[in-house]
Ligand binder design. Structure first.
Ligand code: NAD
Length: 267
């Protein structure tokens, strides 16, 4: 069976990587791509990534793309992702979403779609980062609250949300290991007279600069030692590869909201 994959936001940094990944992966074809109205509409998807034309051009109608795809991959912006999740629900099309910086209202639209269509959502599609999530949960469960947990991330200067979805995913894994809701213990930023660090807090620090694709470190520190686990992405291909793997995995699955741990068979 050949799986027809649609890509919304196909001219973005991630969208272009996903085009290349689909073209390089056996068992799938490009159903098409959409962009915001503007420069790229009508361009051939192959030409967009510097390859030979593939005879499929960029459109601006998400419903048409969802209707002609077996599964659609979405790395765009929250406002667009709301529209895309609604289109997935309306057309009954499987859906892979990687957009970060979603507000609770945006997430509610995805949750609603996932009741009708099989959906994979992940703050990070790389195998290494999903192992980092699993390790973080395990270490946090083993170490007591005399170990302070801090999450440090750095991304390129164009990133518009902070902390990154991946940093929040690490925080969620740490909180799950300690069996507390992240929102009860998270400290998303510090400035000025902060007072001493509260016991059990999970802290976040954000760096932005240059072309960094994505660096994340989780630290567990007590008075006597510090354990640090770091992941550094050196190509967006790891996210695109994971997203296409998720898209293929979704075929034949029941409706529901799945994560990369399900796709990769991690606990
Ligand atoms: P980008 O700005 O390069 O690309 C986003 C694209 O979406 C742009 O081309 C934009 O024109 C397009 N777009 C916006 N509104 C649209 C609409 N209504 N219809 C169609 N296209 C529309 O950004 P990026 O670096 O590719 O990142 C995109 C998102 O993916 C961000 O939220 C980022 O944090 C996230 N991301 C997630 C992962 C992951 O593994 N989950 C990895 C990398 C990036």
């Amino acid at each position: 069976m050949t799986v027809a994959i649609g890509i919304v936001g196909c001219a973005g940094r991630m969208g272009r990587m996903v085009i290349q990944e689909v073209l390089a992966t056996e068992g799938c074809i490009l159903a098409g791509g959409t962009e915001m109205s503007g420069g790229h509409i009508g361009s051939d998807l192959g030409s967009l990534v510097g390859m030979d034309p593939v005879g499929v051009s960029v459109g601006d109608d998400p419903h048409a793309l969802f209707s002609s795809s077996d599964v659609v991959i979405d790395f765009t912006v929250p406002a667009a992702t709301r529209l895309h999740a609604a289109a997935a629900e309306k057309t009954g099309t499987a859906y892979v979403v990687g957009t970060t910086g979603l507000a609770p209202d945006d997430q509610a639209v995805i949750d609603s779609a996932a009741q009708k269509v099989p959906t994979v959502q992940a703050p990070n599609f790389s195998v290494g980062v999903n192992l980092l999530f699993a390790l973080t949960k395990q270490v946090a469960a083993k170490l007591g609250t005399d170990y302070d947990i801090e999450v440090l991330e750095m991304h390129h200067r164009h990133k518009v949300d902070a902390p990154s979805g991946t940093a929040l995913g690490i925080g969620q894994a740490a909180a799950a290991g300690r069996d507390v809701p992240l929102d009860d213990v998270a400290r998303y930023a510090r400035e000025g007279q902060t007072g001493p660090r509260a016991t059990g807090e999970i802290g976040f620090a954000t760096l932005r600069g240059g072309g960094v694709i994505g660096d994340h470190t989780v630290m567990f520190s007590n008075e006597a030692e510090r354990l640090e686990v770091t992941h550094k992405a050196s190509s967006r291909g790891i996210f695109a590869g994971g997203a296409v793997r998720a898209a293929l995995w979704l075929q034949g699955k029941d409706p529901g909201l799945y994560g990369m741990a399900d796709v990769l068979g991690l606990d």
